[in-house]
Design a protein around this ligand. Structure first.
Ligand SMILES: [Zn+2]
Length: 234
């Protein structure tokens, strides 16, 4: 898989690894410069209502940077929106356009801009839907149109054409990436999100769960382990 620049736009810390970690590792290994844009501060990713937002946000940013490093991702941008409060409005679109124009990716990976009706509800977090929709709109038409968000021109970000979008879609994807050689890195990167995968009293055997899922997806494509996507040529 030969791509020079890839941008992963996700709602929360840990979303890139859960949804596409094996493919991200592979893209990076094959020479792509991969950048993450994490839209929210992750401050709702906990069970203790008394923990300070700023404390949890700092933990999650640290975990996200460590997880990115495991996969060969060098740069992580945090947009700092409040977790759980996202809508696909024009401000969010503009902020994502700024990132697209700054990093000039050929390939953007983001969330499905709608609800999954054939999977548990965890796959349809409202922030994921908002980021998916805002990113689709940012890719087309906003990023490529020099008349869209003209204040960005003054900031030094001219129009940029993205060629491809990948949407992780484990139930109905039809574009399969063989992650047999990078699944271990994906698991290692997920373990860096300690605040999420090792919650006291809510131990969850995520490793078993993820390996099983990727084995099942792999079966559809003749790979030992795979991640599946909808691949859209812009
Ligand atoms: Zn999420």
């Amino acid at each position: 898989m030969k791509y020079e620049r890839v941008l992963v736009v996700s709602a929360h810390p840990d979303d890139p690894e859960f949804s596409a970690g094996g493919s991200i590792a592979k893209l990076a290994k094959d020479g792509a410069q991969v950048t993450y844009v994490i839209v929210t501060d992750g401050s709702q990713g906990g069970e203790d209502p008394n923990q300070k937002d700023s404390e949890l946000t700092a933990i999650r940013q640290r975990e996200q940077r460590a997880a990115a490093r495991v996969l060969g991702v060098k740069k992580v941008e945090f947009l700092g929106y409040k977790d759980g409060h996202l809508t696909a409005d024009l401000k969010l679109r503009r902020d994502i356009v700024r990132m697209i124009r700054k990093y000039k990716p050929e390939l953007v990976i983001t969330h499905l801009p709608g609800r999954l009706l054939d999977a548990p509800m965890g796959g349809s977090h409202p922030d994921h839907i908002a980021v998916g929709e805002a990113t689709f709109a940012a890719v087309y038409p906003d990023s490529r149109n020099p008349r869209a968000f003209r204040s960005l021109l003054k900031e030094g970000f001219p129009a940029h054409v993205v060629k491809e979008l990948w949407v992780p879609y484990w139930t109905s994807g039809d574009f399969f990436v063989d992650i047999s050689s990078t699944l271990d890195s994906k698991m290692e990167s997920l373990k860096k999100h300690k605040s999420q995968v090792a919650k006291p009293g809510r131990e969850w055997d995520f490793e078993k769960f993820m390996r099983k899922r990727h084995r099942e997806v792999g079966k559809k494509a003749g790979y030992t382990y795979a991640e599946s996507f909808k691949r859209i040529k812009v």
